[in-house]
Design a protein around this ligand. Sequence first.
Ligand code: DGI
Ligand code: FE
Ligand code: FE
Length: 190
Amino acid sequence: MEKYQKKLQKHLDKGRYEHTLGVMYTCAALAMAYHYDMEKAMLAGLLHDCAKNIPNDKKLELCKKHHIEVTEVERENPFLLHAKVGAWVAKKKYDIRDEEILHAIKVHTTGEPAMQTLDMILFIADYIEPCRDKAANLEQIREMAFRSLEQTVEQILFDTLHYLNQKSGRIDPTTEVTYEYYKNRRERSL
Ligand code: DGI
Ligand code: FE
Ligand code: FE
């Protein structure tokens, strides 16, 4: 873990690195609560934003060069690509071979339907880690995170869509599809 930390610190600004450590430890806590491999969860948390400080044009260039598909919304909002590109960087530059970790990094911003345990742990940890303070309902979501991963994912997506609608940010269809998936899943089980 330490060798990854040293390298990451060089590629992230101070605030982003602190966020990263917050996500890493929150991933550990959630892994404990849901009997998931703690080391793997921490590694996913540590590396999830490893591509965050790559400039947009460079991210688009990397995608082109390495045949990573870029959707129309991603082209308009290249910051979204830090997740996909992050999975690539984790594999090629940090030598991560674990597919669960790489996948969790890849989907950490929009989520996707039917996520695996680590995908949900990282998605949630990114939102609730201790440095976060702006999102609505944080206290409630932090508590919910330790009761149900699926319900928490649904709540975070609901709040994120609401936030994006308010500030008229372009919404990635994956974010919407994922929200609908978790909402329907809960309603079916009622
Ligand atoms: O990289 P972080 O800031 O730690 O967190 P993140 O990768 O989850 O990105 C969070 C931001 O992404 C937050 O401001 C909401 C935004 N976001 C999430 N889904 C979408 C989105 N932005 C757009 N434009 N479209 C989306 O579907
Ligand atoms: Fe991110
Ligand atoms: Fe993050």
